[in-house]
Design a protein around this ligand. Structure first.
Ligand code: RP5
Length: 164
């Protein structure tokens, strides 16, 4: 890692088909002008790409990894096994089991190699981006301020009474 360079967030997903969900992570980070990259890396279809990606992530100034996968979703856990950069897992809404398979695969990591797991689908993608930004915000005041501002706007947007 180059100490003079700002840390980026890496969004990685198992398939092109995950991108419609993971665009939601990108949107949050774009709106906050937080630097990120987006990649497709499949744990079972491109294992060598997975190894290269995870082992070079720190050198590539990645501060947090958002890893999305569906079905037997081993991508986040495999990345976490290869790097100590924090990994946030997003379970993709799968066709057959509605993402329950993805959720359980990601959340049930055995002790020793943690993966922070978010909600299934788009809510998870949005929250993963917000959480990744919050993590970088611990040591980056500009990012912390962006998160605070996002929350203030969200609070203001909630009406006191429901509309008819
Ligand atoms: C996983 O298999 C991917 O993360 C994706 O959610 C799921 C289905 O992949 P495709 O068949 O759409 O490529 O590896």
């Amino acid at each position: 890692m180059d100490k003079n360079k700002k840390l980026r967030i890496s969004i990685v997903m198992g398939s092109q088909s995950d991108y419609k969900t993971m665009k939601k992570s990108e949107k949050i980070l774009k709106n906050m002008a937080i630097p990120f990259e987006t990649k497709i890396v499949s744990a079972h279809r491109t294992p060598q790409r997975l190894f290269d990606y995870a082992t070079k992530a720190r050198k590539n100034n990645i501060g947090v990894i958002i890893a999305a996968a569906g079905g037997s979703a081993h991508l986040p856990g495999m990345i976490a096994a290869l790097t100590s950069i924090p990994v946030l897992g997003v379970p993709i809404l799968s066709k057959k089991l509605k993402g329950l398979d993805s959720l359980l695969s990601i959340v049930q990591m055995p002790k020793g190699i943690p993966v922070g797991t978010l909600a299934i689908g788009e809510d998870g993608a949005i929250n993963a981006a917000l959480l990744a930004a919050s993590i970088l915000g611990v040591s980056n005041i500009k990012i912390k301020n962006k998160i605070d501002s996002y929350r203030r706007k969200q609070t203001i947007s909630v009406k006191k009474k429901p509309k008819n």
